[in-house]
Design a protein around this ligand. Structure first.
Ligand SMILES: *Cc1c(COP(=O)(O)O)cnc(C)c1O
Length: 421
């Protein structure tokens, strides 16, 4: 154990220390104002201050990372593989590597963040976990770590989503979590997040609010990015070992933006590496039924931070739409807004139909059934390959596995006349 700690942790600590801290809780917007911040009720300020201090301390503490790294290795199964997808590469026309977050325990990247926040909660002496969830994936990951740590757990989920995602609700209950169906507003993720914030205000003494993406008030976008940066930190070592050089481009899907931020962050200082985020264009951005927040949103405040938000003509938060429930969020993490504003990353969007075709393409070329969220990144590969050329190297963040989407996929295939009789 001593050996493990001394081998793995100084390097985690050193790598984390190179990632930038948002100055005054804000990421640069290129104009001096900044994205992020802490737009919350006065009553929540002490809790946020306590969390910020706890995070700054833990982040610089080798024993915090020793605990996180050990759980990521033994419980989650890290490091996740970086796989050279040879048949997909040939099909696309450049070298494609897949960072296999789908192989993690619980089937996606979300567990990385939940482990880190649960260890933090325990260090802070918190005895109760709460979380919001849309599709239920973050709820399941939170319920998983709550069971692992023996902590009571309550999950807020829009009433609409409770019906749509019945299987994940059952998973959370099996894991011992209590699921609250939120009936306010549009009865979806944004309302669940409001309700979770309300619970936190009321129970700040013993409760830790475990946010699921790089959203929410500072310090959440910062701490979730740091915890998910394990994806990019591993990728960097793995691609150098495999090819002897840095990749030409990184591609990842963007809902709230945590898997993309985690993959991108350790490469931001490498100007030669293109960063490409892929949002959900739903039925097409022109139809208004989409979740392309960076592509078609406006700068506004949502859930305690300033970033891009989908709004209606009369200034209300718009209803996001995507076939993939995990991308169906009308906001996006403030650091992505910053990367877009400063030109460091670019953001494109792919439709439901393009994502469906990409699921099938990956399944048929590589024998990997990816999540519908992930498929948006796969669907961007042709465009990125064209830019990097035949000798180029592209890495895709394979954020999750597709088991959870089989019902949706089967329905779509049946409707398209592709299903088996
Ligand atoms: C939740 C989820 C996403 C979207 O969340 P981000 O915070 O944008 O990463 C993407 N892929 C999968 C598999 C998910 O479960």
């Amino acid at each position: 154990m001593q050996y493990l700690v001394s081998m793995s942790n100084p390097s985690t600590l050193d790598a984390i220390a190179t990632l930038p801290e948002p100055v005054g809780g804000r990421f640069p917007d290129g104009a001096g104002g900044g994205f992020g911040g802490q737009y919350v009720a006065e009553t929540l300020m002490p809790a946020i201050g306590e969390l910020e201090l706890a995070w700054r301390t833990a982040r610089a503490d080798v024993s915090y990372w020793a605990e996180v790294d050990a759980l990521l290795a033994d419980y989650v199964g890290r490091p996740s593989r970086l796989y050279h997808a040879a048949r997909l590469s040939a099909d696309v026309g450049c070298a494609v590597y897949l960072k296999r977050e789908d192989l993690n325990h619980t089937g996606a990247h979300k567990i990385n963040n939940c482990i880190g926040q649960a260890v933090l909660a325990r260090r802070m002496g918190k005895t109760r976990l709460i979380a919001e969830t849309g599709a239920g994936q973050h709820g399941v990951a939170t319920a998983t770590v709550a069971a692992l740590f023996g902590l009571p757990c309550e999950i807020y989920m829009g009433a609409e989503d409770v019906v749509r995602q019945a299987l994940n609700v059952e998973r959370m209950r099996m894991l011992g979590a209590q699921v609250h169906a939120v009936t306010s507003g549009t009865r979806t993720l944004k309302d669940a997040m409001n309700e979770a914030l309300r619970d936190w205000v009321t129970n700040v003494g013993d409760t830790f609010y475990l946010i699921g993406s790089v959203a929410g008030p500072h310090p959440y976008p910062w701490l979730v990015r740091d915890l998910q940066s394990v994806i990019g930190r591993e990728t960097r070592v793995q691609i150098l070992a495999a090819t002897g050089r840095l990749p030409d481009a990184l591609v990842a899907c963007v809902g709230g933006g945590s898997n993309a931020a985690g993959l991108f962050a350790p490469f931001v200082a490498d100007a030669s590496v293109q960063l490409v985020g892929v949002e959900a264009a739903g039925d097409g951005v022109a139809t208004g039924r989409h979740a392309a927040t960076l592509g078609a949103g406006r700068v506004a405040v949502l859930h305690g931070s300033k970033s891009y938000v989908l709004v209606t003509d009369d200034g209300q938060i718009a209803h996001a739409h995507s076939i993939s429930a995990g991308l169906d969020y009308p906001g996006v993490g403030p650091e992505h807004a910053s990367w877009m504003a400063t030109g460091r990353a670019r953001y494109i969007a792919r439709t439901d139909d393009e994502a469906l075709a990409a699921v099938e393409r990956l399944a048929r070329t590589e024998g990997i059934l990816c999540a519908l969220e992930t498929a948006h990144a796969i669907a961007a590969l042709d465009e990125v390959a064209e830019q990097v050329g035949r000798a180029g190297v592209v890495i895709v963040g394979l954020s999750g596995r597709g088991d959870k989407d089989m019902v949706t996929l089967a329905q779509r295939r049946a409707a398209a006349g592709q299903g088996q009789p």
